[in-house]
Design a binder for this molecule. Structure first.
Ligand code: ATR
Length: 283
């Protein structure tokens, strides 16, 4: 064992019973021989403030935040970084000498997995993003930060998509379109990203987008990992598309949080393997 001091990390959510984060992080701590540990805590929304103060009092070094606390937690933090502020949600908190800093690693984590499949440059890619919840906000913000200039955003409730576009530093790079109009542009999209829950267990036969008239070489990306491959991804693959499931984003957000906390680079392949083992599949 090396000379590192013992440190504690955690996750707060409601529920958290199914979370794969403790295994994923504890395995990396072990691999790097760090005397650190990571536990998941189920926190009732009514107790959120007390839980955050409790983690600070117990000398935790950081924690992840998941549904339904990602927005509400912001009022209990000392600082929010720029990206988390634009996204309007925090999924990773760093505690430095009692100072709580909120960040959001969902978008950058997702981007890491997307770029492996899409190539490093997004500037001239035409990208459709479906959905306008917190996940869409994180994804759109990461795409624009990485240089994407031609993003189409569509959502069942169009007003929510407009709010995302308006909150960005470069709203001109994101065009909001109703589904019917966006659908007509299907043959021209280079990347299609589903950020909605359409197709998630138990509604596994629902699909968020057509797989007819896809552009040859298109990349279809679904943030869902339950099921591992949604019907939409399977149909898209059959139609000749490249596909990317939601495991990459889950692992990516964890990897970026790990780097923030430890300053060390985690082994993404090993993290992915652990998550896939939990989900009962392989890639
Ligand atoms: P998250 O923070 O995980 O993104 P969310 O804020 O609840 O979750 O957002 C869910 C997204 O899925 C929204 O874009 C939602 O559309 P609305 O804004 O119109 O509610 C979308 N969504 C969920 N179920 C849907 C369905 N059956 N049909 C169309 N869109 C759906």
């Amino acid at each position: 064992m090396n000379s590192y001091k013992k440190k504690y990390y955690g996750l707060i959510g409601y529920p958290v019973g199914h979370s794969m984060s403790p295994l994923m992080h504890n395995d990396q701590f072990e691999r790097l021989q760090l005397p650190y540990s990571y536990q998941a805590f189920e926190v009732d929304p009514a107790d959120l403030g007390e839980a955050v103060r409790g983690l600070k009092a117990l000398n935790y070094s950081g924690f992840n935040v998941t549904v339904p606390h990602k927005v509400e937690v912001m009022k209990y933090l000392d600082d929010i970084d720029k990206e988390a502020e634009i996204i309007g949600a925090v999924n990773t908190v760093e505690i430095n000498n009692g100072h709580l800093i909120g960040r959001n690693t969902d978008g950058t984590g997702y981007l890491q997995s997307l770029l492996v499949k899409a190539g490093p440059v997004l500037t001239h890619k035409k990208i459709l993003v479906i959905g306008a919840g917190g996940a869409a906000r994180a994804v759109v913000s990461a795409l624009i930060n990485h240089g994407a200039e031609n993003v189409i955003l569509t959502n069942r409730t169009l007003g929510r998509a407009e709010l995302i576009s308006e909150s960005l530093a470069s709203p001109e790079k994101v065009k909001v379109l109703p589904k019917k109009e966006a659908e007509k542009e299907t043959p021209s999209f280079d990347i299609i990203i589903n950020t909605t829950s359409i197709g998630m267990h138990p509604n596994v036969t629902d699909t968020p987008w057509t797989t007819a008239e896809l552009k040859p070489g298109v990349l279809c990306s679904d943030l869902i990992y339950n099921p591992l491959y949604t019907k939409w991804l399977k149909d898209a693959e059959q139609a000749g598309a490249e596909i990317l499931n939601g495991v990459g984003m889950f692992v990516g957000q964890g990897a970026v949080a790990f780097e923030i906390w430890t300053g060390l680079t985690p082994d993404i392949n090993r993290m992915t393997r652990i998550v896939l083992e939990q989900l009962g599949g392989d890639e």
